[in-house]
Write a protein that binds this ligand. Structure first.
Ligand SMILES: *Cc1c(COP(=O)(O)O)cnc(C)c1O
Length: 709
């Protein structure tokens, strides 16, 4: 428990609950809670980059005291704090009402990254936000879950684009004391430090805790004094390129993470692995049973019945394979603890087609867990084909990999202004029922003009935010006005049809596709009466030169006056920019190479805010597209043909529909599609539907198995 009085000495007693609230990310998905901080001091809120811990530390005492004497504020404060206290320790919730084993021991969720809020930059992309949204929804539904991961204190890389368009990374070290994280403490009141088992020489991790509503997230930090410099570097960066350092990360994540739960006295019974990186955690589950007297096979059988594994990608780089000599180096003294020979141990991670290739973390996870899934129906099919060799007796369609399609946490990704609109039209408790399609029927009755006006406001807000960033860089960093300021979005026009494309610059996502036919694109963008503009954002992995070349190519095109200033590249894509973009563009473009986009989630975030997608049929869109809620095309296997499909849809459907305004200035046909996007996406592609599915299909059975004597 934090001593909030010590952390925020200036905070008056009457509003002292703000201390606890600032340290629980619950505030971030409750607009009224967010407003408590924002309305106290708008500039302070902005200066803190929407980080209440930092704001409460830096804000002048007079403002805090004035706030504590403001009756209107105090009424809101009391309301929020009492809701917070009730929700954090609920007496009843969906989980206890539907699952009988309510008092069961917790589910341990392991992930290498978590995207929760930009003040905690422990993520690279979609996998992280999926994990973050999972935790938030588990909190809302009352699941007994604890989460484990890494904090990357030195590793968040801000993106800077040079004048020649090449991406550079600027490390932004984490200020641990200004982030909403607290040291987990031992009995003596010192930060808990845990020794990772079985490593010689030993490695230690410092333990931190993030409160995500009522879900605790424990993060490990190797950058502590007990470790030598090489070991301190282990948690420096996400998905480090060096294989040996990467293996060490994954040993710490899986094995060290299990030890952390042990040291905290948390007796979890069920394990959920988010992707293969933490798969060593399974071995620790088995070891615990072996220590209780089971032999390896018995222990493995037990652990299988209580473990869940989610695979997230068909892209080969997403599946770690480690050479055997590195395993020997670090885990040589580990194999015997299971009564296993070296060869038998290696077989646990062998890919049947190429057992000599090394130790495959996905193969380990699939072999040793009983419940596995891909992240959409299509991805499950692809994963069944990919991993069929692990089940040589099974026909491809019988390979036991299910599909549980991803979803996004609605309260996080719906814009607060939209939320107000929904409050008004969907009935007060709509958020409680948001995974029920019935809840969304009244969207049809929202007056078009009202929806359109909210939406235009959000679009202007996006363009404002982009211009403000460009202005700052120009003024403070003396950026080259002719290149960086022009391309970073200062020429954007709020009246033009705006396409958004923002995601990691992985090659398969094909950010370059729309530039395939420059003449045709130019005609679209520079049409005098019906102009189109495109906003790009996204980072290439620091060691992905191919991704950086694609980015540079786009940046250079954005500088080309022939495209009329209609292409912008906005630097430093992260949670904040993502929020602005999925609320404020007109169309979300998605054109990966099928079937590489296992699910994709940014299109869901846009759709729930009324921004329809133009997407290739891959990932979630195969399930999501219903003919009315956006636009779709089949992948052809050729860049040229796929690009033609994009132009065709833009020219014949999207542009005419968007610009067909009626006398009242509202494009009613377009608003119709916006409404369909909201109705067709919000219930089905919510994290609520997803977490309920994990619970009913996997967690419940695992919890039952764990409760067997
Ligand atoms: C949602 C999100 C992603 C994932 O987007 P995809 O469409 O799945 O690639 C990546 N980065 C950020 C910041 C996000 O919010």
């Amino acid at each position: 428990m934090n001593d909030y009085k010590k952390i925020f000495p200036n905070l008056p007693e009457r509003i002292s609950g703000l201390g606890e609230l600032a340290y629980n990310l619950w505030w971030s998905w409750h607009p009224a809670a967010r407003m408590l901080f924002k309305s106290m001091d708008r500039q302070g809120w902005k200066d803190s980059i929407h980080n209440p811990v930092r704001m409460l530390k830096e804000i002048p005492r007079e403002i805090l005291e004035a706030t504590a004497g403001d009756e209107e504020y105090l009424t809101r404060y009391d309301g929020v704090i009492s809701e917070f206290r009730n929700k954090i320790k609920p007496k009843r919730c969906w989980f206890t009402e539907n699952i009988t084993e309510a008092q069961c021991s917790p589910i341990a969720y392991f992930s290498a990254e978590y995207g929760l809020h930009h003040s905690l930059p422990f993520y690279a992309g979609g996998l992280g936000f999926l994990a973050g949204d999972h935790l938030k929804e588990c909190s809302d539904l009352g699941l007994p879950l604890v989460a484990v991961g890494f904090m990357y204190p030195g590793g968040y890389l801000r993106q800077r684009i040079r004048v020649d368009g090449w991406q550079e990374e600027v490390a932004a070290p984490l200020d641990r004391d200004a982030a909403p994280i607290a040291r987990a403490l031992d009995e003596k009141g010192k930060q808990l430090v845990v020794k990772v088992p079985c490593l010689d020489p030993p490695i230690y991790v410092g333990v931190w805790k993030v409160d995500v509503g009522n879900i605790p997230l424990y993060l490990m930090d190797t950058d502590i004094e007990a470790n030598d410099p090489w070991n301190r570097q282990i948690s420096a960066q996400l998905y480090i390129g060096d294989l040996e350092q990467r293996l060490r990360q994954e040993i710490i994540l899986g094995i060290g993470g299990s030890e952390v739960l042990e040291a905290l006295g948390i007796k979890h019974s069920v394990l959920h692995l988010n992707e293969g990186h933490p798969a060593f955690a399974i071995l620790e589950q088995i070891r615990a049973q072996v220590n209780k007297g089971m032999n390896f096979d018995e222990a493995a059988g037990y652990v299988r019945n209580t473990s869940v594994f989610t695979t997230h990608t068909p892209v080969p780089a997403g599946h770690d394979v480690f050479p055997f000599h590195l395993l020997d180096k670090y885990l040589g003294s580990y194999y015997p603890l299971f009564g296993l020979s070296r060869e038998h141990f290696f077989q646990l991670g062998a890919h049947p087609r190429s057992p000599e290739a090394g130790f495959n973390m996905t193969a380990l996870a699939l072999r040793m867990t009983g419940y596995h899934n891909g992240v959409s129906k299509r991805h499950a099919e692809v994963a069944r084909r990919m991993w069929q060799p692990l089940w040589p007796q099974a026909k491809e369609e019988d390979v036991p990999i299910d599909g549980i399609t991803n979803g996004v946490h609605l309260p996080t990704w719906v814009d607060p202004k939209m939320e107000l609109l929904f409050n008004k039209h969907l009935g007060k408790d709509w958020l409680e029922r948001h995974d029920d399609p019935e809840t969304w029927k009244p969207v049809d009755d929202i007056p078009d003009k009202e929806l359109w006006q909210v939406y235009i406001w959000l679009k202007i807000k996006l363009i404002d935010a982009i211009r403000e960033q460009a202005r700052k860089r120009w003024a403070e960093e003396r950026r080259a006005a002719s290149v960086n300021v022009v391309t970073s979005g200062t020429l954007l026009d709020p009246l033009a049809l705006t396409i958004g494309f923002a995601r990691r610059f992985a090659t398969y996502k094909r950010a370059y596709l729309i530039f395939e036919d420059m003449e045709r694109l130019k005609r679209l963008l520079t049409n005098r009466w019906r102009p189109v503009q495109i906003i790009f954002a996204g980072k290439a992995h620091p060691s992905d030169d191919e991704g950086k070349r694609i980015l540079q190519h786009i940046f250079k095109l954005a500088c080309d006056p022939n495209l009329g200033g209609r292409v912008a590249f906005v630097e430093d894509y992260g949670e904040q920019l993502a929020q602005h973009m999925v609320h404020g563009v007109d169309v979300w473009l998605n054109n990966p190479v099928p079937p590489m986009e296992a699910s994709g989630t940014s299109g869901m975030k846009a759709s729930i805010n009324g921004i329809p997608q133009l997407s290739i049929l891959d990932g979630w869109w195969i399930e999501g597209f219903n003919g009315k809620n956006g636009w779709a095309f089949e992948g052809s296997g050729s860049d040229k043909k796929d690009a033609e499909a994009v132009y065709d849809i833009l020219e014949t459907e999207i542009v005419p529909l968007y610009y067909k305004m009626d006398e009242d200035g509202v494009p009613h046909g377009w608003v119709e599609v916006m409404k369909e996007a909201i109705k067709g996406t919000a219930p089905q592609f919510s994290a609520r539907r997803m977490v309920k599915e994990y619970t009913m299909r996997f967690y419940r059975k695992s919890l039952e198995a764990a409760a067997q004597p």
